[in-house]
Ligand binder design. Structure first.
Ligand code: PMP
Length: 368
């Protein structure tokens, strides 16, 4: 049997021609490419967590409703009264759930559309494609702000079922103007949803969550990943209860495993520890931004997230030189024309930030 023929006969052409999501091997590197929190939970808490996890019943499926975990999320993470949350295996899964629920060809003679400003978080477009939605990207302006007239024109032209706005945006780090987001919510009206993706909310401290009661078409999505729990994979989203009930039908049962639930419950009982880590990182962001601004040849973009986007004379060469110095950051250069020669670095501990700055200075000076 020819496996090639088998694959041609079964796997969709667009999947066959695609590449899988690439995660570089970071062993031995100062890892500043993925917006992780560099701090672990303190040792004493980790030991206590270990004991909790030892008691988790691994032989049972997770309890269906995730009650205790949802209760903590509602209480500790600012979900408005009367609003529930839907949980995902990372917010990546929530994006996929929303795309799967909205993708259709049934209503009109065209596929449902997802719209987002670009450059955006890559999983928006990937999830649209896998679900069978068309993706429309509206370029940001050169200063990374939203092009509101272009967004509104695209809404009229494409009637998107879903709009994704990361707030702050990844990979540019800025917060879009809240008035622009409001205009987009109003333009969508009852024709479409607007997902405000607040993955970096702990570092921006600005949120549309309290505004859920104002907009029936607003969905606010967040994650525990950037707060310091990237390893457990837990995302959550809130919206009008009737809307959440629809997405709930698409969510795979048991998607939040028992270890993740127990770890998240424990961490949220100590959320002040995570909030303090986020505060330290906000402080370090200011320090690193100022230090980068003083490096000749480097342009720094203001960030409301736990990463900073910079422009350098030759991003490919600087990125490669940083790799030889065992510093891993993200090269954004080929992602979109507005990101030509841009690099993205995660804000980390003072030591790791200093190691990055030293390596960056050395790489800029190295003319080989
Ligand atoms: N949204 C944005 C804007 C992101 O940058 C990321 C992670 N890079 C995510 C969502 C996904 O986060 P997770 O799946 O870890 O919850």
């Amino acid at each position: 049997m020819s496996l090639d023929t088998l694959i041609t006969n079964t796997i969709r052409p667009d999947v066959r021609s695609d590449k899988s999501y690439h995660v570089p091997d970071a062993s031995g590197f100062v890892k500043l490419d993925a917006m992780e929190n560099p701090y672990q939970l303190p040792e004493a808490l980790r030991r206590e967590l270990g004991q909790r996890l030892a008691d988790v019943a691994l032989n049972r499926y997770p309890a269906a409703a995730y009650g205790p975990l949802k209760e903590r999320i509602r209480a500790k993470l600012g979900i408005p009264a009367g609003y529930d949350v839907l949980l995902g295996n990372g917010s990546d899964e929530l994006i996929a759930i929303m795309a799967a629920a909205c993708a259709t060809q049934e209503r009109e003679d065209r596929r449902a559309v997802m719209l987002a400003p670009v450059p955006a978080f890559v999983m928006f477009q990937r999830s649209a494609q896998v679900a069978g939605m068309d993706f429309v990207g509206v370029p940001l302006k050169a200063d990374f702000t939203l092009d509101l007239p272009a967004m509104l024109a695209a809404i009229e032209q494409h009637r998107p079922a879903l709009i994704f706005l990361a707030y702050p945006n990844n990979p540019t780090g800025n917060l879009f103007d809240a008035n622009d987001i409001e205009a987009i919510l109003r333009a969508q009206g009852e024709r479409g949803l607007v997902v405000v993706d607040e993955a970096y909310e702990p570092f921006a401290q600005q949120s549309f969550m309290p505004r859920l009661p104002e907009f029936d078409n607003l969905i606010v999505m967040r994650t525990l990943s950037k707060l310091g729990l990237a390893g457990i994979r837990l995302g959550y989203m809130s919206a009008a209860p009737a809307l959440l009930a629809q997405f709930e039908k698409v969510r795979p049962p048991y998607n939040i495993n028992v270890m993740t639930q127990a770890a998240a419950e424990f961490a949220l009982d100590h959320v002040e520890v995570l909030n303090e880590q986020a505060r330290l990182l906000r402080e370090q962001r200011a320090v690193l931004t100022a230090a980068l601004a003083a490096v000749p040849g480097v342009q720094v973009y203001p960030s409301a997230a736990n990463f900073i986007t910079i422009r350098v004379p030759d991003a490919d060469s600087i990125h490669a030189k940083l790799v030889t110095r065992k510093i891993l950051i993200k090269n954004l250069s080929k992602m979109h024309s507005v990101l030509a020669n841009c690099l993205r670095v995660t804000v980390s501990t003072p030591d790791e930030n200093a190691a990055f700055l030293d390596a960056l200075n050395a790489s800029l000076a190295d003319k080989s």
